[in-house]
Design a protein. Structure first.
Lengths: 101, 484
């Protein structure tokens, strides 16, 4: 049996809000990245749900691209974090305050 | 309207050319393991100029906008004008990067810059949400790396990671907005969005939610308040030529998608987005200018100034008319040249004096009269003084606002321009009035810097004096953006 569309939309809204809270509240860069993934996947869930609802494939194609892009973004992010860790021995975002004003 | 294969292929010649140029640059970087690697900047710049010629010959827009490649791209005057703007920006940035060994000795530096230019070019002509998202990320991800390119320098890495975190977060929010739009309409074609939304009779409140979410992503790209927090830190930490590129070409690309998507996709809520954009314009101008007043680091000062400039351009967008869009496009062309030359001078002084502090500019008029004069022209153009390009841009966007019945928006803009003159003149005061002990030591300029500075300044003067031919193109672009 088909689940109603509203369930998917509700779940994705919850995931999205949790992701935003995580990005804003957590100070560890890795956890922030995980929260970002949660936001991306909230959008992905919506795309897939709507895609099934409309019986269209475009939404699912979109999801593949989003996953690829998110992976590329995290790769760059991890590389930068390794560099930060090398000098500061921490990936706490509050420590990144070389510049002020 | 669809096109035949030959038309579609020639329309993306410049984009293909960018990929080829990137491969050439990376290949030469592998082959040249000696001093010759310093030529890569010249090759990049010459290649970009060649691609400008190529797009003038092969990719001229047709009279009627044309959807190509299965509706992914739109061949029109807006995409064409913006592409030339980006290519020029990349060429000038490549020249300003010369002489900085930690940048110019790495082929990937130029490679990443070219990829990001490719992304911008696709952004400006994207006609499908999938293409739009991919193009935005293709622009952003190389720029994250470029901002953190000096990986031995803590400030640069910090700039990179801040830019990445802000960019990823806002792009996730924007993506959520896009997924809602897809849900409301069942299509990813930007041109069909409005019609489908109308057909499904989507409530206005839901549409406004997706509008706000999408605007977060675009607001980040154009660094409008309240999505501006990254700008000062990233500009200060990133290598100066990269900061110049971020503040001009990347911002222009953000405006291209902003105008295209809200005009075409959201016409059902036109009065609401006009008010939202007007609000963004007011806070961007005011906050940007007020925070710029107290800055002592010139890169941070230019960052806040570029936030305020985004506000002026948003005034043109908020007018919502074809004339407003043309004004915004003209402003972006003028702003690209003006701000690139400002960052070019900062890069030159930073290289030779070794500081980005305002105090480093003391005695500049005696050490290098030509550079000081160029700084004078760029600051006056940013401040909107005739006969420079910035003045024409401001007149056009404010006139568009008045014509659309938003005279109060133009009034706030004019007041802000006057406030902004204060800090532009402070920079000039350092350069012209303050003395320093090094006055006898002239600044040595590299040939590449001379060429780039000269091209920019000529452009600023030409755009400020000979207006008609450029405005004709801006007008075509504005018209192409406002029809679908």
């Amino acid at each position: 049996m088909m689940m109603p569309l509203a369930y998917y939309v509700g779940l994705s809204a919850i995931m999205f809000v949790l992701g935003i809270i995580g990005v804003l509240v957590r100070r560890n860069a890795l956890v922030v990245f995980m929260s970002l993934e949660l936001m991306f996947n909230a959008a992905n869930l919506l795309f897939v749900a709507f895609s099934a609802y409309f019986q269209l494939l475009t939404g699912q194609i979109f999801v593949f691209f989003v996953m690829t892009v998110a992976a590329a973004e995290v790769a760059v992010g991890l590389a930068l974090m390794v560099e930060i860790f090398r000098t500061k021995h921490s990936i706490d975002l509050d420590q990144m305050s070389e510049m002020k004003g | 309207m669809t096109a035949d294969f030959a038309t579609m292929l020639s329309a993306v010649f410049p984009e293909i050319g960018l990929v080829v140029l990137m491969v050439v640059v990376l290949g030469l970087d592998l082959l040249w393991r000696d001093e010759r690697v310093r030529r890569l900047g010249w090759i990049t710049a010459a290649g970009c100029l060649f691609l400008v010629v190529l797009s003038l010959v092969f990719a001229l827009p047709p009279a009627e906008p044309l959807l190509i490649w299965g509706g992914m791209l739109r061949l029109d005057a807006a995409g064409f004008v913006f592409r030339i703007v980006f290519l020029l920006g990349a060429a000038l940035t490549a020249l300003f990067s010369l002489g900085q060994d930690d940048l110019q000795k790495h082929g990937e530096y130029y490679g990443l810059m070219l990829v990001s230019t490719l992304g911008m070019s696709l952004m400006a002509s994207a006609a499908d949400l999938i293409m739009l998202y991919l193009a935005i990320e293709l622009t952003s991800i190389p720029l994250y790396v470029l901002a953190g390119f000096r990986f031995r320098d803590d400030k640069s890495v910090e700039a990179g990671i801040k830019y990445l975190l802000f960019g990823a977060m806002t792009s996730a929010v924007m993506l959520y907005g896009l997924s809602l739009l897809y849900g409301f309409s069942g299509t990813t074609q930007i041109a069909e969005l409005a019609e489908q939304i109308d057909r499904h009779s989507v409530p206005v409140s839901l549409l406004v939610i997706s509008l706000v979410l999408v605007l977060v992503g675009f607001g980040f790209k154009v660094s409008a308040v309240p999505f501006h927090f990254w700008a000062p830190d990233v500009y200060e930490g990133a290598p100066t030529p990269v900061a110049g590129y971020l503040s001009t070409a990347s911002k222009a690309a953000g405006f291209a998608v902003l105008m295209r998507v809200i005009l075409t996709g959201f016409w059902a809520v036109t009065p609401i987005w006009m008010d939202l954009i007007a609000g963004l314009a007011i806070v961007s101008m005011t906050v940007g200018n007020l925070l710029a007043l107290t800055q002592t680091n010139i890169k941070r000062l230019l960052a806040y100034s570029s936030i305020a400039q985004a506000g002026y351009i948003l005034v043109g967008v908020a007018a919502g008319t074809s004339f407003g869009m043309s004004g915004a496009v003209y402003y972006l062309m003028a702003y690209l040249l003006t701000n690139l030359v400002a960052f070019g001078v900062v890069s030159v002084v930073g290289q030779r004096v070794g500081s980005d502090d305002l105090s480093a500019y003391a005695g500049l008029s005696r050490r290098a009269p030509a550079v000081a004069l160029i700084l004078l022209i760029s600051m006056l153009s940013l401040g909107g003084i005739p006969p420079f390009a910035g003045f024409v841009g401001k007149v056009l966007v404010f006139a568009a606002a008045v014509e659309a019945g938003r005279w109060w928006l133009a009034l706030i803009g004019v007041i802000n321009s006057i406030v902004a003159l204060y800090y532009y003149l402070i920079v000039l005061k350092s350069a012209y009035l303050l003395r320093s002990e090094d006055e006898q030591k002239p600044l040595q300029l590299m040939a590449g810097w001379r060429v780039a500075l000269l091209v920019c300044v000529t452009g600023v003067l030409v755009l400020g004096v000979v207006i008609a031919p450029w405005f004709e193109w801006a007008g075509k672009a504005g018209w192409a953006l406002s029809i679908y």
